[in-house]
Design a protein around this ligand. Structure first.
Ligand code: HEC
Ligand code: HEC
Ligand code: HEC
Length: 158
């Protein structure tokens, strides 16, 4: 962990062992970032500070939970690869109003990140709140949740 972005080159055979049954061409290898990944705005006018994302803290989930287009054979590509979450601003409809076309709005990178990151953290928080309110299982928290507040993810810049 820490702020140093460490990267571990995992040889294909190691990953095969880790993920089970993942097949790659013989000398094909993928570089999996283990430390914090700095997620920056793809727009030239960022309003908020970049987000430090602890990648490996999330490895109790399946990789495909986030890398939802990954077929386990190809290399994992970034979220804002062309044709993915590559729009730098919220799309508008023909009247210049914010688009309501969900297939289009999710291509706006901010919506994609907020939906996924905040969505998951919030759903865990909500489950914890229900458990606390109803005292099911003695009110013990189900799990630690990630941050949902703006400055927890986008720290205030000096
Ligand atoms: C769980 C972490 C998380 C939380 C909480 C969060 N964001 Fe974000 N936000 C991101 C990520 C990741 C991006 C995409 C990378 C980037 O732009 O830094 C992003 C992008 C943005 C962008 C577009 C880029 C820019 O800087 O202009 C804005 C604006 C933004 N967030 C505002 C907010 C506001 C306002 C809140 C609180 C209501 C908030 N965010 C809460 C993670 C978060
Ligand atoms: C909670 C969400 C999440 C999970 C789970 C997750 N990742 Fe990631 N991963 C990300 C994000 C976000 C990035 C940064 C992508 C970007 O910069 O566009 C990333 C980046 C990567 C990259 C670098 C991609 C590039 O742009 O070069 C690799 C490789 C990767 N992840 C592999 C994995 C593997 C293997 C697993 C499962 C063990 C995994 N990830 C699980 C969210 C996740
Ligand atoms: C599928 C659920 C899920 C998704 C998606 C997810 N997170 Fe999390 N996140 C968690 C959980 C669970 C924790 C708490 C882990 C713990 O403390 O053991 C967490 C913790 C965190 C933490 C705090 C880590 C710490 O050490 O205190 C940050 C920061 C964070 N997430 C950022 C993000 C960002 C940014 C994204 C989107 C790129 C994201 N998360 C996507 C589930 C998720």
């Amino acid at each position: 962990m820490g702020t140093i972005k460490s990267r571990m080159v995992v040889a294909a055979f190691l990953l095969v062992g880790l993920l089970g049954g993942v097949a790659w061409a013989e000398d094909n290898q993928m570089c999996v970032p283990m430390g914090d990944i700095v997620l920056k705005s793809i727009s030239s006018e960022a309003k908020r500070a970049a987000v430090s994302f602890p990648h490996a803290v999330h490895f109790s989930y399946q990789c495909q939970k986030c890398h939802h287009q990954w077929n386990t054979e190809s290399m994992i590509t970034g979220c804002s690869t062309a044709g993915c979450h590559d729009l730098t601003e919220a799309p508008k409809d023909e009247n210049g109003k914010p688009s309501k076309d969900a297939k289009l709005t999710i291509r706006y990178f901010k919506n994609a990140y907020h939906t996924m990151c905040i969505g998951c953290h919030k759903s865990i928080q909500q489950k914890n709140e229900i458990v606390e309110a109803t005292q099911i299982q003695g009110g013990a928290k189900i799990a630690a949740a990630g941050p949902t507040g703006c400055i927890q993810c986008h720290p205030k810049e000096e």
